[in-house]
Design a protein around this ligand. Structure first.
Ligand code: UDP
Ligand code: MG
Length: 319
């Protein structure tokens, strides 16, 4: 029987300290899986520290190939680049460079894949080294997007997952610029299974995702996978219009019954400001979607490759 082919895809941005700790762990984990033709593909997402140099040292391992992007395109694009360079017919396992997704679970992932699952994903049951606030907001976000989106998006699941060859091929067809990976994984469907694990804290370095970035990430997720906010704006407009109408009726009645003493400046200001605010919110919302439409319409490539270094143990070109 020919061995199953698997490529571990690791996106790294300024991870010079973490990578040398990670690779031996991957190596050990792979050694524990039988009948597997494994490769490791590191994507340097335009790092500004010694990441590329660290990767050169790691590439002494004949199974390792390296890809360097022309600049920092962000994790989602880096992962896309990685998946694009996985050989045709091989499965892919996505792993964070900082050791937060334990490589020790690789044998378990492979076992599930061999059971016939196309998307084996790690679900965090515990998150070490992350603040109460981050955990709470993350939880709230998964609940919200679960409600809003028609695409199934598993809770507390990151990019840590193994994709079967056909799932990789499917994902490659999704070329949108605003890449909310969790949603894209859900969109392709197929048979999925979750592997619970407790998320450790970073092995080295610090998180690249601050609150502002996470907030934008959440917006990305919601706007990419749901148009519910647009509909909400419509209802908000309807509700305000109704309230405004009732209030108008009341004002007219009051003037007819008790006369009009020409006061009313505060109420007028309040109504104008309120309506103005509601209109701006609705407009901003439409703008969010329109902006994304504009970005999408430009059809730019998702990333540019600066360098591709194939594994020394393989001669073939990537798929
Ligand atoms: N990453 C990347 N490009 C970026 C930001 C992050 O490739 O622009 C990688 C990073 O090197 C790491 C993974 O994405 O392997 C997750 O990043 P991080 O640990 O900072 O996120 P967190 O675990 O805090 O959500
Ligand atoms: Mg991390």
């Amino acid at each position: 029987m020919s061995p199953d082919r698997l490529t571990i895809v690791v996106a790294a941005y300024n991870e010079a300290e973490a990578l040398p700790l990670l690779h031996p762990r991957i190596s050990d984990a792979l050694a524990r899986v039988e009948n597997l033709d494994a490769r490791v593909l590191y994507v340097d997402d335009g790092s500004r520290d010694g990441t590329w140099r660290a990767l050169q040292a790691i590439a002494a391992d004949p199974r390792v190939s390296l890809l360097r992007l022309s600049r920092n395109f962000g994790k989602e694009a880096a992962l896309t680049a990685g998946l694009d360079h996985v050989e045709d017919g091989a499965a892919a396992l996505i792993l964070d460079a900082d050791g937060q997704d334990p490589p020790e679970l690789i044998p378990q992932f492979v076992a599930q894949w061999r059971q016939g699952y196309d998307d084996v994903h790690g679900t965090r049951v515990e998150r070490a080294g992350e603040s109460w606030l981050k955990r709470a907001t993350a939880h709230g976000f998964y609940r919200l997007i679960g409600r809003l989106s028609k695409t199934p998006i598993p809770q507390d699941t990151g990019d840590f997952r193994l994709l079967s060859p056909r799932a990789v091929a499917a994902l490659r067809q999704l070329r949108e610029r605003h890449r909310f990976m969790k949603g894209l994984f859900g969109w392709i469907g197929f048979k999925t299974v979750a592997i619970p694990y407790s998320r450790e804290s970073r092995a080295a370095g610090r998180s690249k995702f601050g609150f502002w970035k996470l907030w934008n990430f959440a917006l990305e997720g919601i706007t990419s996978f749901s148009t519910a906010p647009l509909r909400a704006a419509t209802y908000l407009g309807l509700a305000t219009a109704l309230v405004a109408f009732l209030y108008a009726v009341w004002i007219v009645l009051k003037a007819l019954l008790w006369g009009d003493a020409v006061a009313g400046w505060p109420t007028m200001m309040a109504v104008i400001l309120f309506l103005g605010g509601v209109q701006l919110i609705a407009l901003g919302l439409i703008g969010e979607y329109l902006g994304r439409l504009y970005e999408e319409s430009k059809q730019r490539p998702l990333y540019l490759v600066d360098r591709w270094q194939a594994a020394s143990g393989v001669s073939s070109e990537p798929g």
